[in-house]
Design a protein around this ligand. Structure first.
Ligand code: SAH
Length: 226
């Protein structure tokens, strides 16, 4: 069974976008994962195809209506759907590589893209939506955030990237940032590749990389070491 993403959005034309390119796109062509988009507006029940309304209590912007969103969620994800239902939201739990790994090990995900001021709280509760944020900044909509999540997950699906073990020493996988990488030419603008990397001594290379990873993490992301 391949990994299945469903995305509920007001802008299905934005997909697959970057998810159609390179190894991620090829993974879909090869049936390793699949993406279905659902236009939220198709579930509107009035003549004007309304999906939003003014916030109760006042304030700027519009809020996505719970009844219409619930209809869309129920259509793509019935009560016995084993996949998590995720609402892209700046208020959510920050997306981490650990969450990405967990999602990749599961059957897929149902992703809901917000727009405007936000979403009626009652549908978040009633449909058990798990709020996930891609970072501490505010986007105009959840679509790019959903793409970020899907891309991070899909590259972990076996067969999508070339080498099976190419994830092991990547940033975050071992709680550290990745060590610096080099390739030919041997000399670039007067700078040589660190000698240890061309020494052929795998033990020394390993030690150097570990030390570089630790130093970089301590300098840039001391929070990861806690
Ligand atoms: N008023 C909201 C922001 C709405 S932004 C607030 O202050 O929390 C509109 C939509 O963009 C959101 O509903 C969400 O789906 C998406 N979005 C914005 N920033 C995001 C982020 N950092 N991570 C994930 N989704 C985000």
């Amino acid at each position: 069974m391949s990994w299945r993403a469903d995305v509920i959005t007001l802008f299905p034309d934005l997909f697959p976008g970057p998810l159609g390119a390179s190894v991620i796109g090829r993974g879909a062509t090869e049936g390793l994962w699949s993406l279905t988009t659902t236009q939220l507006r198709d579930f509107a029940t009035d003549r004007h195809r309304t999906v939003d309304d003014t916030p109760a209590g006042g304030g700027p912007g519009m809020v996505l209506k719970p009844d219409i969103l619930a209809l869309a969620i129920d259509a793509v994800s019935p009560a016995d759907d084993p996949r998590p239902r995720i609402l892209m939201s700046p208020r959510g739990t920050p997306l981490t590589q650990a969450t990405v790994r967990e999602l990749a090990a599961g059957p897929g995900a149902v992703l809901i893209c917000g727009r405007f001021e936000g979403i009626d709280q009652r549908v978040i509760d009633a449909r058990n939506l798990q709020e996930i944020s891609i970072g501490d900044y505010v986007l105009a909509g959840g679509e790019v955030a959903a793409m970020v999540l899907i891309e991070a997950v899909v590259r972990l699906i076996p067969g999508v990237l070339g080498a099976a073990d190419s994830h092991a020493d990547e940033s975050f996988e071992n709680g550290l940032l990745e060590y610096p990488q080099y390739t030919r030419p041997q000399s670039f603008e007067g700078c040589d590749i660190p000698a240890v990397l061309t020494s052929g001594d795998h033990g020394k290379v390993e030690k150097w990389r570990q030390a570089e990873s630790e130093a970089l993490t301590r300098r840039r992301r001391p929070d990861l070491l806690k």
